[in-house]
Ligand binder design. Sequence first.
Ligand code: MN
Length: 293
Amino acid sequence: MSRRHQRVRLSHGAASAVGRVRATNQDDYGTGDDLFVLADGMGGHRGGEVASAEAVAGVLGSFDERTRVGLARAVDRANQAVFGRAAGDVDLFGMGTTLCALALVRSDGRDVLAVANVGDSRVYRYGDGRLTQVSDDHSLVADLVRSGDLTEEEALRHPQRNILTRALGIESALSVDTWEMPAHTGDRYLLCSDGLFNELDDDRIAGLLTDNDNPKLAAATMVRAAVDAGGHDNVTVFVVDVDAAPSAQGPWQCSDVRVEQLSEGGARTARRWLGPLEQPLLSLLARLARRRQ
Ligand code: MN
């Protein structure tokens, strides 16, 4: 029997558009070696663009330990970078960004996929004929759905659905949600900003994912569909295909979420210069920053 080790092989496509309403595209995305990172920035002036670009570059530049925790560590370092930059420039103060990432990592001697998420950009898996959301949203409406105070349908139309409960750049201590899952040949992963799923429902997203075998074409088609459906926000999409993997052992399943907090809190460095106005000004800035107009 052949015991030849078959490596996991991934291919991908990505696309992004400013949409029909926003003046600038504050989403950003980037790829490394079997690493895919997407961020949706927020904050007035040029803050949102800077935050998402800094966060993506931060993860790409510091993912040097190919494990699930290594991915969380890279997100933590990216948070330090965004937070530090916001603290050092009054024009950027209060900026923040979501971030989600997918990477091939090692776990117990095997190649598996790891996902990391902070905020309300999403990672989905399409496989076995079904679309499954892997990541959990860190947003006010997602909390209300989880507590039973809102239905999924109400959340979709809620006027405050843009308010985040977690983001990079806001505090020096960051909790990063992480998951691990096996790579199965034929599976397709989708990373996207909220500009996609606020315009297209799950059935439409699943349909677009299955209509186009080529991941580049699939990504471009999905972004165009979201813009055609209204384009109220920037929209960014990664489509990542598992082209080859060792033979699957049993059905696909995702691990339970594991939350990594790798740095201590120490927001005081950013706050020291504010003096007596500190608390009211900070809460105002935080409110403005989190309300992505
Ligand atoms: Mn957005």
